[in-house]
Ligand binder design. Sequence first.
Ligand code: ATP
Length: 898
Amino acid sequence: MAYRNGSMKAAAAAGGGGGGGVRPPGSNIKSSSFKSRLHPPHSSGSALRRSSTGNFAAAADGVPGRVRVAVRLRPRNEEELHADADFADCVELQAELKRLKLRKNNWEADTYEFDEVFTEFASQKRVYEVVAKPVVESVLDGYNGTVMAYGQTGTGKTFTLGKLGDDDTSARGIMVRAMEDILVDISPETDSVSVSYLQLYMEAIQDLLDPANDNISIVEDPKTGDVSLPGATLVEIRDQQSFVELLRIGEAHRIAANTKLNTESSRSHALLMVHIKRSVGRDDAVSSEVDDSSHLVKPSKPIVRRSKLVLVDLAGSERVHKSGSEGHMLEEAKYINLSLSALGKCINALAENSSHVPVRDSKLTRLLKDSFGGSARTSLIVTIGPSPRHRGETTSTILFGQRAMKVENMLKIKEEFDYKSLSRKLEMQVDKLIAENERQQKEFDDEVEKINLEAQDRIAEMEKNFAEALEKETLKYQMEYMESVKQLEEKMVANQRKQGRDSLCNGEGIAEDVHDVKRLLENEIQLRKAAEEEVNKLKSQLEQFMKPEVGGDAEILKLHKLLEEEASKKNELEEQIKSLQSQLLQMTFEADQTRRCLERSGSGNAFGGLDSLMSQVRHSQYKDSGYGQIAPINTLCEQVGLQKILSLLESEDPSVRIHAVKVVANLAAEEANQQRIVESGGLTSLLMLLRSFEDETVRRVAAGAIANLAMNEANQELIMAQRGISLLSMTAADAEDPQTLRMVAGAIANLCGNDKLQMRLRSEGGIKALLGMVRCGHADVLSQVARGIANFAKCESRAATQGTRTGRSLLVEDGALPWIVQNANNEAAPIRRHIELALCHLAQHEANAKDMIGGGALWELVRISRDCSREDIRSLARRTLNSSPTFRAEMRRLRIEC
Ligand SMILES: Nc1ncnc2c1ncn2[C@@H]1O[C@H](COP(=O)(O)OP(=O)(O)OP(=O)(O)O)[C@@H](O)[C@H]1O
């Protein structure tokens, strides 16, 4: 067994990468491998990538990568089986040792070591996986790659690279299998694959996908040295089927010829260029412009890797005398050989690290500039035939492969920013930001609206509270004022009573009373001051409220109005105080007058001398007792005579007077007797009895009799004419017994129902007498008082309707309203009923409306209109409220519906 010479050994040793070159037997020959021991950066981790053991670290600076070379032996063809039947193959393969022995003769052989040695039995699959797959993987990782077949014509270059395997998929060549792996690995959403298919024929580059395009220029990037063919058709590949179709089209356009050595001899170099563009996002490479937007997802900076896989099916080198090429085919052969020879020279130069590599000698070397000594990962498969007849060509091929193994490439990854993709991503980001901004703006607007509404609600509530507080205060001061007036009036009545009772009234008592009244006035002045202070307080609250942020102009105007009303009420109070002061002066004057008058007249006994009648009365009583039954009063009257009975009313004997008054009262209860009693002077006598302070019974019975007489309209006028109202008022002020008061109140109540007596009754203190009696608190008394007020109000209302009366009610003027309002909801039904009617009558007169509103009567009227158990009163109240403009306006203001 022969070995190659020493110079080859040295060259092989210098080849690096742990492989290649001829090694002497027993020397430390390392088995080379197509599989690199380096791993590429940014591996996508696909199944395809996992099969790779390539290592391409430090891609930016490039990693060294020797050209890998495999040799493939074609099986003997038909012709060789016959022609060389008696001869052994010119090569002997030791595949497991990756060695090839080239026989020089029967006893001598040269041994060559390759990165891989494929016997004639090697499958297409294995050839692909060993030779091409590592390159394909590198390309998918972003490196350029070249797989090239070189060999004598007819040795299986096209078979190895371009076989489509239509009928037998196991026969598929490297081109088909490479694309299958590429399509499996890439992501259709972010990556793209496109191909161009060209042939270099007689130094012209023709587009196999568009044969008319037959003079494509080679463009070299002066900076990077990258080679490109911008004029070539570039077809994007989406599926395997369309790719195979493309190959079929290209194959159909490839120039081939029938030579002696190959019936389908390719007459051109074919180059399939597969361009891969892959997007690789990098989270660590975020642009500073978006760093501030921490709430946003940072867009990764889009990186694109562009790589290129070049699959080269070289035309076969041929000895023209063997191939039988002549004429045009000879020309073709010359071009083929010329370009292959140029390729060989370049590889020699590169293998020997020559400073000059004659790349420009042919288009083939220009096209493959990157594949040998460039930045691509390159695999070369050299195909050989077994025939000893072609030993020379086989040797030449093997030596070409050996030299190629010494060529060192510097693998570089090509990455660039994908500005288009970045722009798209940023646009999406901007859209998101705009949408987010709009959402936040809407949220903000909604929030502002909500706050506005809440503020309005709060202002409305404050307004309401303020109005309520104001109203409450007003009411409070009015009540206090009324209370003061009442006290004054009580005092006045007490004075009257004292004047009437004490014949010798001395100046000291009056002075005391005057002093008391003055004290009350001082209290009143204090109250007025308190009211003024309250008004000032309200004013300051108003000023506070007038601040722009609290209330608007309308609110301020409203408050002004309320203040004005408050001030006018205060003025009214002052007026009333003045009036009370003048009344006090009048009272003092009258008291003096009365005292003087009494001093002048002295006291006397107007009654007497009726003993006989008395005995009859006593007898009558006795008879009643003795017979067990009461004799009818009328019978007594007939027997004794009315005149006689009436005269007994003035008897000096108190017991006689009592019996006599009882008799008269019983008679007065009969309507038929009333006129006779009055005509006979009974009314006068009865009125006089009211003065008999010493006996409550006499006064009570007399008052009852007067009350009965007062039921008759004619008698009412007589009672009034005889100053009966003054006497009744006096009794009302003085009496303590509820029954006496009930009788007096009943009598006055009857008088109140007379239209003609209204003014006089009032001027003689009838209303005040009525009101004075409420101090008693007895329901019977209160009921009579309420009845009197209702009667009076009814007459007033009638007079107002008839136009005979104007101005506000005398009841109101005499201060009846607070008591009326206070008792409008009295639990005793008779009292309540009379007062409800009184309120309705008062309300019918528009002049009373303002006082009634001020006094709180409106609320009672509204309640009556809603709750009164009697339908007629309910509807009367409703009608009354609705017919009064003042009430209507107030109800609108208070948002009350009736
Ligand atoms: N490994 C192989 N196994 C079986 N048949 C093969 C093998 N290699 C080549 N052949 C056959 O040999 C013949 C020639 O092969 P092919 O056309 O691929 O050679 P070539 O090197 O491309 O020739 P040329 O350079 O003239 O184009 C074909 O019929 C092919 O089928």
